[in-house]
Design a protein around this ligand. Structure first.
Ligand code: ADP
Ligand code: NA
Length: 344
């Protein structure tokens, strides 16, 4: 099989939660472990994406540093993978601008992420009236920057969740449009495919009708990778479940209970059906105690490593610098060809 170039990114918007870890970051570590020696892996902390929402400068700086420490703490190896800050590599914004100039506005308007942003800014009195003046242009062209992130490395594979499928289709469209518009002996950009990693969706511990998310104001709704054993226990113990006797996996009728089973199965790397079977005749108290113990067992190593690394500023700066250099070396090669084909 051909050599793969893998790219994925995560926004520096606070300490990652269990959903980010089980749904995204743990897959990166797994990819690193299973990749062929010739595969190239790029993992980026995407600071420019974070700017599409208001950020407090001091906490953004802290989040950027702490997210790098987190990525190392969970087992990403800067010798094997290219781990870097997006905003250290100007190729991303240069390519994003170029891609913006071949992106039909209509396509961006059809992005469900944009439509849901618009929905939140609907006029309260007239549902059909949308107030775009409240939204910034960065939010609108965000998927184009994402395409640039991927294409700058001529990536072939992108491990992201189902919520990103539409953005990746746009990325493929833009790659194809560029290849056809600025023709040469060979197409410049591969059309990257989504890697179907385990598509787990972890739900809020307080409202199992929604996903676990950092945007919820209820801090009890999510477990952070920095939480102590006691915090994990108290959050899991207070998790919303149901009053049905026994334990069974039924995401529709029993979302809270099923979410706990999903978390446990993910921690122990088992099939959720097997886990459910084991708890059939047991109660929620029993299940919750075991879930808390399994989560603690899974994150205690990374948590200790994070606590150590977060203070090693000089080391973190060096990792970021090395990562940026390796990233730029790769994207500079792409951009040289991009500029030539455009006549720049
Ligand atoms: P949040 O919803 O907390 O703002 P992001 O949107 O920044 O999280 O997502 C970062 C990554 O984590 C994405 O790859 C996303 O698919 C994944 N992710 C976020 N929340 C969850 C969740 N509850 N379950 C599974 N994966 C998730
Ligand atoms: Na989000």
């Amino acid at each position: 099989t051909a050599r793969r170039v893998v790219f994925s990114g995560i926004q520096p918007t606070g300490v990652p939660h269990l959903g980010n870890y089980l749904g995204a970051l743990s897959n990166w570590v797994k990819l690193q472990r299973t990749a062929a020696p010739e595969d190239e892996l790029f993992f980026s902390i995407v600071g420019w994406h974070a700017l599409t929402l208001p950020q407090e400068p001091t906490s953004l700086a802290k989040s950027r540093r702490e997210l790098l420490a987190t990525l190392l703490a969970i087992g990403l190896d800067p010798k094997r993978s290219v781990i870097f800050h997006q905003d250290h590599n100007q190729s991303h914004t240069e390519l994003a601008w170029i891609l913006n100039c071949i992106t039909p506005i209509g396509k961006l308007r059809r992005m469900t992420t944009w439509k849901s942003r618009l929905a939140t800014s609907r006029n309260a009195n007239d549902e059909s009236e949308v107030d775009e003046s409240m939204l910034n242009a960065g939010l609108f062209t965000y998927p184009v920057l994402q395409a640039a992130d991927i294409l700058a490395y001529r990536s072939t594979h992108v491990p992201v969740g189902e919520d990103q499928t539409q953005h990746l289709e746009l990325c493929r469209d833009l790659a194809d449009t560029f290849n056809r518009t600025f023709k040469s002996s060979s197409p410049l950009f591969p059309l990257p495919s989504q890697i179907n990693t385990t598509s787990r969706r972890i739900l809020s511990l307080k409202d199992p009708s929604s996903k676990m998310s950092k945007s919820s104001p209820d801090l009890q709704s999510r477990i952070l990778l920095t939480d102590t054993g006691a915090q994990i226990q108290s959050k899991i113990r207070a998790a919303v479940t149901d009053s049905i006797a026994g334990i069974s996996y039924d995401p529709i009728a029993r979302p809270g209970t099923s979410n706990l089973l999903t978390i446990l199965a993910a921690c122990t790397d088992e099939d959720v059906a097997d886990v459910a079977k084991r708890y059939e005749g047991k109660g929620h108290g029993h299940l919750k105690a075991d879930v808390a113990a399994a989560v603690e067992e899974m994150i205690k190593g990374p948590r200790a490593e994070f606590e150590k690394l977060r203070h090693e500023t000089a080391y973190l700066d060096q990792v970021a610098k090395d990562g940026a250099e390796r990233a730029m070396e790769r994207s500079d090669r792409t951009m040289k060809v991009v500029r030539e084909r455009l006549g720049l």
